[in-house]
Design a protein around this ligand. Structure first.
Ligand code: GLY
Length: 346
């Protein structure tokens, strides 16, 4: 087993181990004195992984109640959050019990927010079952729901009590879901670690399982460093948004339907690199293509840029973008939005 200790305001460990789902009860028992748990998941993960987790939790002495909602981004909404509160209340969950988020980013984000707000905060454990959730959303304490005004607009920082990553769980993922997680992994290589990038360059979507544990470990360790330095997203954490400005614009242009976040990140990284660091462009695109990720977009820049200006992370009329001029090194650049448009359209 590999272990990463995250030293945030509430310290916790990330465990990376094949077969960890079957030991989740034993691991969760080490971070809570309670033996009462509420497991929140979606209908896909319920079918694939809930029986393993339930068996392990019960063997460790937990009394468990389960709430499973329809999979998909549309469930990350206030109505579903209200259902979760009702479920926690009717299950008799108290502040000393434990909530378990079993699933991908949607499950982790909404469960984390429920855990942050129900009874003013209940401990929760993340068991991420997608690559994207393992390397990004389950670590670092960002929790949120979507509202009509936009994605992730209501949320809280709430660090989990434990994160359990089982690479074997990723074997059930459809190719396109694994591929979108690779968008975030490639991002970590680009912003911080050329060796990690080389590891990914030497594999592809069919062989990635061979490097999965090492890759997941390195990605999470980069996220750990960044989050420890800037837990509340006031500066350095912004580097995790490499590729995201144009990526979010692509997702927005597609109305957040049928265009995966990780695909947007890949296309966004390639597009900004094409314009501002063309010497790296071919290398980055080759790596993205090996994982069946998009390397750009046919949508005219003039149609995408208006979606960038709505990015909630931008301050007033300035925009912060992230650029890598060498693999493994990045910088945050703040420019007026009009200047960003000029650079991208040039
Ligand atoms: N997903 C970016 C962050 O955690 O800051």
């Amino acid at each position: 087993m590999k272990k990463i200790s995250v030293k945030t305001s509430r310290p916790y460990e990330v465990l990376i181990e094949r077969g960890a789902l079957a030991k989740s009860g034993e691991y969760i028992a080490q971070v809570t004195g309670s033996r009462k748990a509420a497991i929140i998941t979606d209908d896909n993960v319920e079918r694939l992984h809930l029986p393993t987790v339930l068996e392990s939790m019960r063997a460790a002495g937990f009394e468990c109640s389960v709430y499973a909602f329809p999979n998909g981004e549309q469930s990350k909404c206030i109505e579903n959050l209200a259902e979760i509160y009702d479920f926690l209340c009717s299950s008799g969950i108290t502040r000393s019990d434990i909530i378990v988020a079993l699933g991908g980013g949607v499950v982790g984000d909404i469960t984390g927010f429920a855990a942050a707000s129900y009874l003013r905060g209940v401990d929760f454990v993340q068991i991420p079952t997608t690559l994207l959730a393992q390397v990004d959303s389950s670590v670092g304490g960002k929790t949120a729901i979507d509202i009509r005004g936009g994605k992730n607009l209501v949320g809280a920082f709430k660090q989990p009590a434990l994160v359990i990553c089982d690479s074997d769980a990723l074997k059930t993922l459809p190719d396109e879901v694994l591929s979108e997680g690779m968008g975030e992994c490639i991002k970590y290589g680009m912003i911080r670690d050329e060796k990690l990038f080389e590891l990914m360059e030497s594999h592809n979507l069919d062989t990635v399982d061979e490097i999965m544990d090492e890759m997941v470990y390195k990605c999470i360790d980069i996220k750990r460093q960044v989050v420890e330095n800037d837990e509340f997203d006031r500066g350095e954490r912004m580097i995790l948004n490499f590729g995201h400005t144009l990526g979010h614009a692509l997702e927005g242009w597609h109305n957040y339907k049928d265009y995966a976040h990780g695909a947007g990140v890949a296309a966004g990284m390639c597009m900004i690199t094409d314009k501002l660091a063309p010497q790296l462009s071919e290398r980055l695109k080759k790596c993205c293509a090996a994982y069946k990720l998009p390397t750009g977009s046919d949508i005219p820049m003039s149609e995408l840029l208006p979606f960038c200006s709505k990015d909630k992370k931008n301050e007033k009329k300035d925009i912060n973008y992230i650029i890598c001029k060498e693999v493994g090194k990045c910088e945050i650049v703040k420019v007026p939005f009009t200047e960003f448009c000029r650079l991208m359209e040039g």
